[in-house]
Design a protein around this ligand. Structure first.
Ligand code: SF4
Ligand code: SF4
Ligand code: SF4
Length: 343
């Protein structure tokens, strides 16, 4: 399939007059001062090579650090691909490229699925948890025909996203949904931030799981039994693309009666779960990042570590458990407060 010519909306002049270069100076993985940032940004704007293209760990955070509405991370990924710079070894990239191709087990159309509908992406293991009061009357769609493909931002292959996305959007839209709730943050961020940055039309309203959970918890308010526990939140990479929905999270925590502990690596200062850093084979950094993150949770006396991304859960759950912190997905924390899951 030929990639349609979707071009990144990027305003060079915003960078040329930037007072901060926050996108690079705030990067937690590359040690960059303002002078270096200015020099490297100019190279990127001119389409030239820069050490940033080779050393970026693809944490997505510079998209959030840029407060001028530009897309530094999308620019980095487009340049990596143009120059054939692979952030991970070739066999790993190849494996991932094939992962998104539908096979016989994937269902292209869920007949009878109706709103409210949740897209579960490639996480069939969670089908049984999308039950109970919190998800009453909800239909599920999932599989590779609905897979957002955003993961290729980690592997220097962003054109694959743009090549596959129109068909994925068509598959979802063919059901006639006006709104779709996305279980995986990456999917939500694809259909909002990424699609908008490349002017790809999305004919339905993407709804973040946070928004869905918040509204549903408000309806069930009288049935919530406050949990009274201290939690650390593990923010995942794609939330950096859509920080505008983060406010729902604190409102959810308030409804559940949990305290989000004050710690160093939360909110804009969050650290990657480490999963992708391991995937890129930067193993020393992977160990260091997980250690810093988990010690921070421990020092803040968190009892639970709450995840939004199932892949982050896989990469960090065992590690936090070893430190006596219970790992839990956000929707399962909500079910705990509704006493639908044992504590
Ligand atoms: S991407 Fe944003 S933060 Fe970075 S130089 Fe450009 S305007 Fe400044
Ligand atoms: S994606 Fe992360 S690691 Fe890469 S330049 Fe941006 S902030 Fe740094
Ligand atoms: S595990 Fe989650 S946060 Fe970590 S790289 Fe994958 S999608 Fe991003």
């Amino acid at each position: 399939m030929q990639s349609q010519n979707f071009v990144l909306k990027f305003q060079k002049e915003l960078c040329e007059t930037c007072p901060t270069y926050d996108c690079l100076t705030r990067c937690q993985y590359l040690n960059i001062d303002t002078k270096t940032a200015e020099r490297e940004i100019r190279k990127l704007l001119n389409g030239e090579d820069s050490f940033v293209l080779h050393e970026c760990v693809t944490c997505y955070a510079c998209e959030e650090y840029c407060k001028r509405g530009n897309h530094p991370f999308y620019l980095i990924t487009d340049l990596q691909e143009k120059k054939g710079i692979l952030p991970a070894p070739k066999p790993i990239v190849k494996q991932w490229v094939n992962l998104g191709i539908p096979d016989k087990k994937d269902i292209p159309h869920f007949y009878g699925a109706e709103e409210p509908v949740i897209s579960l992406c490639l996480f069939p293991d969670f089908v049984n948890s999308i039950r109970g009061k919190l998800f009453q009357g909800v239909s599920i769609v999932l599989g590779r025909h609905f897979f957002c493909n955003l993961v290729y931002l980690h592997f220097g292959k962003p054109s694959l996203i743009r090549e596959r996305l129109p068909k994925i959007i068509e598959n979802i839209a063919s059901h006639g949904f006006k709104e779709v709730v996305f279980f995986h943050d990456e999917c939500y961020s694809t259909f909002t931030s990424y699609a908008d940055a490349y002017e790809i039309k999305v004919p339905f309203r993407p709804v973040h799981l946070f928004e869905y959970l918040y509204n549903r918890l408000k309806e069930l308010k009288d049935e919530i039994k406050p949990l009274n526990v201290r939690i650390a939140y593990q923010r995942n990479c794609s939330t950096r693309l859509t920080p505008q929905k983060e406010h729902y999270l604190d409102k959810i925590f308030e409804l559940l009666g949990v305290e989000r502990v004050e710690r160093k690596y939360d909110r804009e200062n969050a650290l990657c779960c480490g999963g992708i850093i391991r995937g890129l084979q930067k193993l020393d950094l992977f160990v260091e990042v997980q250690k810093k993150n988990v010690e921070d949770m421990k020092n803040a006396k968190a009892e639970y570590c709450v995840f939004n991304c199932p892949a982050c859960y896989s990469s960090l759950a065992e590690r936090v458990r070893k430190e006596g912190i219970k790992p839990i997905m956000l929707h399962q924390l909500c079910k705990l407060a509704l006493r639908e899951e044992p504590r």
